[in-house]
Design a protein around this ligand. Sequence first.
Ligand code: HEC
Ligand code: HEC
Ligand code: HEC
Ligand code: HEC
Ligand code: HEC
Length: 387
Amino acid sequence: MKLILFFLFSISLFGAIKDTEPSSTCKTCHPIIYTEYHDSMHRKASIYNDKIHRAVWNKHPLSKKKKYVCAVCHTPTDKRVLKSLKEAKPALPEKDAIQTQDAVTCIYCHKIKDVQIHAKRNINIMSKKTKVLYSARESQKDNSDVSYKIQTNFLGLVTKKSGSPFHDIDFTNKNFYNGKMCIGCHSHKQNSHEFTVCKMDMDKKIKSKDNCISCHMPMVQGSFTTAVDSKTHRYHGFAGTIHKPQMLAKYVDISLDKTDSGFDIEIKNRATHQLLLHPLRVGELRVDIIRSGKTTALKSAKFMRIIGKDKKPSMPWVADSVLKDNHIKANETRKIHFNKKLQKDDVVEVRLGHHILNPKAGKKLGIKDSALTGFTLLKKERFKIKE
Ligand code: HEC
Ligand code: HEC
Ligand code: HEC
Ligand code: HEC
Ligand code: HEC
């Protein structure tokens, strides 16, 4: 019997990773994930890549005071701006690599250790370890320190490699399994009048296995790294109202019920939060009836949360009250009645979608771009009336 000897080496090919490490570094070994990220709103969250954010910032009173407080969530890797804010010095974003290429970076997300809950806004607690990134993998969930290992046989030939030569991995952070790492930036925000401008409005009762990660980062085709041949990886384009909303269509069900006076459209929101979150969004349900080849559009239903002061709509920093809120809540089934009698062979076409930017707010902000103020489709359904 031949005796084969194996040797295991744990080596570190690179030194510490900077907190400002550009996402393009990760591209070398994670090209598919990088490409998806490049198209996502996380990369584009700065005033240089997001027109709406820029327009709101330009009108914001802190803009004149040169205090870009938005950086904590929109460009958290911009240490220069964050340091200046702390020292009460002028802190304005500049058109540099971080602002244009790396608003919310790979390294930032992958170093969020925990989230502290506060009334004004939550705070991300960052890991101080310079080489360790967090990730989630069920099969490794007790493994806190996966480093690069090379196994060789007695001839010195490499037989197996594991881990990453660039970074170590900690798989034990629960926040990467349940989605808590997202809510440091996404949960809620109060303005200076202690008024909550936006909130996730999560349904605490829901015990769903779905969380931020499973819904917004579903498993899709393609390997997570060039070094391993995995069939799938977590989608890093972060489907939302702006980028690829149709990827989320399966979390909304639309049905039709004929009634004596017309018909009801039922929308079931299976998201664990209110269907639309940002105060600039307006939801819309469009219904067309196709009868003998002729299409008639019915009056659409709109969903919005209008905030303001003294009973008038206002910008978020002025607002101190909610003037109207008919958004479809977490896990709610909303019934909308249409007073139109249906006939046999009618086709009812239903489109649920939204305006990324409320056209009225668009006017105030000087944005006319129809890709932003026009109708964006989330889900379409056709019902053929049988009797
Ligand atoms: C550092 C703060 C931060 C963290 C952490 C963060 N986000 Fe975001 N996210 C943002 C910001 C800022 C935007 C808005 C970008 C814009 O539109 O300018 C955003 C936008 C989004 C959108 C909307 C995209 C669209 O196309 O409409 C989704 C969905 C999203 N994030 C999901 C997540 C999920 C899921 C997680 C956790 C895995 C997460 N985010 C973690 C800051 C963050
Ligand atoms: C607590 C974290 C946080 C802070 C601070 C913050 N934002 Fe945001 N912002 C977000 C998140 C998360 C989103 C994505 C929300 C969504 O898509 O529902 C967002 C989205 C936006 C959008 C919508 C972008 C779009 O493309 O439609 C605007 C506009 C915006 N923020 C403006 C600002 C401004 C201006 C500031 C600073 C005065 C600021 N935000 C500070 C977290 C934050
Ligand atoms: C908004 C936060 C966020 C950003 C930005 C982000 N990630 Fe992730 N990433 C996560 C979370 C959360 C997971 C864990 C999901 C899981 O596997 O359950 C993850 C998983 C991964 C995985 C392993 C899972 C797999 O099979 O796909 C890799 C590799 C990865 N990310 C690399 C990157 C790279 C490279 C970038 C930048 C191009 C990046 N991430 C940007 C939040 C983020
Ligand atoms: C030199 C190549 C290389 C670079 C550069 C690199 N990685 Fe990796 N990474 C790997 C390899 C290889 C693995 C797979 C390790 C394994 O499965 O044994 C990995 C795994 C990961 C995982 C965990 C995947 C899992 O199993 O859930 C995350 C998260 C991750 N990388 C994020 C990043 C981020 C963020 C960057 C940029 C800051 C980056 N990586 C840069 C090679 C690299
Ligand atoms: C069961 C699936 C599901 C879960 C769980 C879920 N979402 Fe969503 N999310 C959706 C759907 C559906 C939409 C609506 C997209 C649309 O209308 O275009 C959405 C929209 C969003 C948006 C864009 C809203 C806006 O107004 O621009 C953000 C940001 C977001 N989700 C973040 C999160 C975060 C963070 C979590 C975890 C705390 C989470 N989601 C959990 C399904 C889900």
